[in-house]
Ligand binder design. Structure first.
Ligand code: GLY
Length: 383
């Protein structure tokens, strides 16, 4: 299965189980000035969870465009150095608005992973919130996961919130054991550590509260479900690779960038890190500009500028001296235009916006370098 097939299978599975297929919302959250970017699938449903809005469906599924490069969930500086962080990614999710709760959410997730995606049950581990006996028992008694594979964890890992206020609740995570070929730095590390061997693939949030400014938890009108599974991560697992950057989508973006920059992708060298950073960041820029964010010195525009400039810094380190990265926008648009059809109409503006930033960056750098050249010989000699 390629990444598109995985997205389609996920959505098809939930549609066949009575969920409304809702399109991804914009990366710019609508009517929510508290949030810089859409950072999870539940963002567009926030007011349905709290009861402020009504929908004509009680079950939904989405593949949601997300950016985590500012605010509570910020992965920017990790990108390039880990196998799984991104600034932009897609989150697959199923939602229940006062319809089903823990039992069906857990059953659906298990059925999809082990039935449709055929993941071996023995390689799956489960975490539940410390005192969530109900979820523990469903996993143990209904799904028949052995208790040796169910781990209770604290608030840091198993209580999810969109930000400091808003809908939230205890969660249960499904972890995939990638096996001994992905060793942990510390052999003692297990579930809940940062070790990549144990990869969190799906987070089932049991939405029960609306967190207030003063941190009190007000119960939601009805217990609900919000789940999130990173598309790139599950694609890596199902493709049998241990890095998201080795899935079909990234292989093809990295190949295009390799040609454009005339460098080889060498996973463990600077060119590897640089190509991962650039591939991730230019993809994020394509989607942000597509949704109407433009580089500026404020708020969202400033985050976009930082993302593009980080890509440019890495491109400079591996030899780029002319504006060329913008030419990678077209292959990225082509990769996604079946799913996000509006990309086609925005292709030119996306390319020209990135080109402008590149040109400015290179001019600034050139001015800085000639300044250093001019002044270097006027410094007193240390000898
Ligand atoms: N809303 C669930 C998650 O982002 O993990």
């Amino acid at each position: 299965m390629n990444t598109k097939d995985i997205r389609d299978t996920f959505l098809g599975y939930f549609v066949s189980n009575g969920h409304r297929l809702v399109p991804s919302s914009s990366l710019i959250p609508q009517n929510d000035p508290t949030l810089l970017f859409t950072n999870a699938g539940m963002v567009q449903f926030k007011k349905i969870f709290t009861g402020e809005e009504k929908a004509d469906y009680t079950r939904a599924c989405t593949s949601q465009k997300c950016v985590r490069a500012g605010g509570k969930h910020n992965d920017l500086e990790n990108v390039g150095y880990t196998a799984r962080h991104h600034t932009f990614f897609e989150m697959l999710g199923n939602f229940s608005f006062g319809d089903y709760f823990k039992k069906d959410a857990i059953r659906f997730a298990w059925e999809l992973l082990t039935g449709q995606f055929k993941l071996p049950p023995g390689r799956l581990w489960i975490t539940v919130f410390n005192d969530d006996d109900e979820a523990y028992k469903i996993w143990q008694n209904d799904i028949k996961v052995p208790s040796s594979h169910i781990v209770r964890m604290g608030e840091k890992d198993n209580f999810w919130s969109m930000r400091d206020t808003g809908p939230c609740g205890p969660c249960s995570e499904i972890i995939f054991d990638q096996g001994e070929t992905v060793p942990c730095d510390n052999p003692e590390d297990g579930i809940g550590s940062d070790c990549d061997r144990y990869l969190e693939i799906w987070n089932l949030v049991f939405m029960q509260y609306n967190k207030q400014q003063d941190s009190t938890l007000v119960p939601l009108p009805k217990p609900s479900i919000d789940t999130g599974m990173g598309l790139e991560r599950i694609s890596a697992v199902l493709s049998g690779v241990t890095s998201n950057y080795d899935i079909d989508i990234f292989k093809s973006i990295i190949a295009a960038l390799s040609d454009i920059l005339h460098i080889r992708y060498d996973r463990d060298k600077l060119t590897g890190t640089a190509l991962r950073v650039i591939a991730d960041h230019i993809r994020a820029a394509v989607f942000l500009i597509n949704d109407g964010v433009f580089p500026s010195n404020e708020q969202r525009g400033y985050v976009l500028r930082r993302i593009i400039r980080r890509a440019l810094r890495y491109a400079f380190m591996v030899g780029m001296r002319e504006p060329v990265l913008y030419t990678s926008a077209s292959p990225i648009v082509k990769l996604y235009s079946d799913t996000y059809t509006e990309l086609n109409a925005h292709e030119n503006i996306i390319g020209s916006t990135i080109k402008d930033e590149e040109t400015k960056f290179l001019m600034t750098l050139e001015r800085g370098l000639s300044f250093i050249d001019e002044h270097l010989h006027t410094l007193p000699s240390s000898g």
